[in-house]
Ligand binder design. Structure first.
Ligand code: UD1
Length: 422
């Protein structure tokens, strides 16, 4: 397993070009299954999770290829509606193929994703909604076996999610586009990636009202066609690199991004003392001195995103005072805490709340990446630290950050990918 060797005390500064959003690309790739004519998706990041989903869809006999940042997909040769455990287990978002398969072909068999490091993450809401649309759902031997009602089409209904779920909203929205009649979805996630998906579905011929709000009304159509669409910029990647500036008295300009998607994060950066300037498609964060302490509560969009919690915690560790973070989306998303503590951080966790007393500097230590976003908090801490840090299990970061070493080097970080004992 590869490791990162990072020599610290860097000032993170310069320009970085932001890739398409992983969390938008995945549902958009799944939605391509709906189209009866070829679809082209642009600005798709080259990431392990994208490779996994492309492989999963290709395994159904679909002609899907990724060249550079473009994915072309033609479903006319589809042979089966099956998503096997060995691929699904590596990436929870694979469950997103259930909605399009069930809606278009009337049946699907998809492995249950199981838990993951940051929490149990069930898919009960996805299945409950499909049942409400008339599907027969059986969970057997670790697989969800789903069948549409007589006639092979889901039936529009009124459904309210018990909690705000991004993946649940996406899966059910995709399915509702081809259902018979009208579906009204309440308590929907409003994340920019859900909006991006809805916009692509509209470009494919879907009829959706209330995009970007908690209530979406979908009038089912008989078929959808292909389109040419571009993935929205990655707001989490953007925020992660900008956070580096706050930790190192740095100056980072993120290009090819969308400031409107990052308002809750930029607001915290400003509270911490950064000077934020924006243009149509760029954001600059300039920092001098230590960050000011802040209080952060993760919430569904438009609240502060849980996917930026670990990176902001690393910034809080260096603040001039005591910060608090309350994690309200996932029950086990503080696995980076013991790792940051190994680097000298002063953090106390009590249930959902972390209390972070600022220290003047991190000190290098061997640490382990525990999940995707936690990995980035360790990389940034290592870049700021005194000494050389080795980060183990960096396969997590490869799942979600395109060209991460190249981009970090461009910002002045001294980083090398090494093979242990090699
Ligand atoms: C997506 C993102 C992930 C982000 C998360 C929250 C992708 C590929 N991943 O994950 O990066 O951290 O949104 O913004 O887009 N829940 C249930 N039952 C369900 C579904 C969800 O109990 O059927 C719970 C989950 O356990 C969790 C909460 O709802 O506690 C939110 O999960 P959800 O929004 O569904 O996250 P994902 O779509 O898995």
């Amino acid at each position: 397993m590869d490791q990162f060797l990072i020599t610290g005390r860097s000032r993170i500064a310069g320009e970085v070009t932001i890739s398409g959003a992983k969390n938008a690309a995945l549902p958009l790739l799944a939605a391509m299954i709906l189209a009866e004519t070829p679809t082209t998706l642009n600005n798709v990041p080259t990431l392990q999770d994208v490779r996994t989903l492309v492989k999963l869809i290709a395994g159904m006999g679909v002609n899907i290829v990724k060249e550079g940042s473009t994915v072309r997909c033609d479903t006319s040769s589809i042979e089966n509606y099956f998503a096997p455990y060995d691929l699904v287990k590596t990436m929870r978002a694979s469950i997103l193929v259930l909605g399009p398969l069930l809606a278009r072909f009337g049946e699907a068999e998809v492995s249950l994703p199981g838990g993951c490091a940051i929490g149990s993450r069930p898919v009960d809401q996805h299945l409950k909604a499909f049942k409400a649309m008339g599907a027969d759902i059986m969970v057997e031997n670790g697989y969800v076996k789903a069948k549409a009602p007589e006639g092979g089409r889901l039936i529009g209904c009124e459904f309210s999610f018990d909690m705000v779920t991004v993946g649940g909203t996406e899966n059910v929205l995709i399915a509702a586009t081809l259902a018979k009649g009208t579906t009204i979805l309440e308590n929907c996630a409003r994340e920019p990636e859900v909006v991006d998906l809805a916009n692509m579905l509209v470009a494919m011929g879907a009829k959706i009202k209330g995009i970007g709000t908690a209530v979406m009304t979908i009038e089912g159509v008989d078929s959808l066609h292909g389109c040419d669409y571009s993935v929205v910029p990655d707001r989490i990647e953007t925020g992660s690199y900008l956070a580096g500036a706050l930790m190192t008295c740095g100056d980072v300009t993120a290009k090819n991004t969308a400031p409107s998607l990052l308002q809750p994060v930029l607001q915290k950066f400003e509270e911490m003392g950064a000077v934020i300037t924006t243009g149509d498609d760029w954001i600059r964060a300039q920092m001098s001195g230590r960050p000011k302490p802040v209080n952060i509560r993760t919430q569904p969009h438009p609240g502060f995103p849980t996917d930026m919690q670990a990176q902001l915690m690393a910034v809080c560790c260096l603040a001039d005072g005591t910060s608090t973070i309350s994690e309200n989306i996932f029950e086990n998303r503080y696995m980076h805490v013991p790792e940051l503590k190994r680097m000298g951080a002063d953090i106390q966790v009590d249930g959902h709340t972390a209390i972070i007393r600022g220290i003047e500097q991190f000190n290098a230590a061997p640490v382990m990446a525990t999940d995707l976003r936690a990995s980035m908090s360790l990389v940034m801490a290592a870049a700021a630290a005194q000494g050389q840090t080795v980060i183990d299990r960096i396969y997590h970061i490869d799942r979600g950050y395109e060209n991460v070493e190249e981009k970090l080097r461009g910002l002045g970080v001294n980083i090398e990918r090494i093979k242990p004992n090699g």
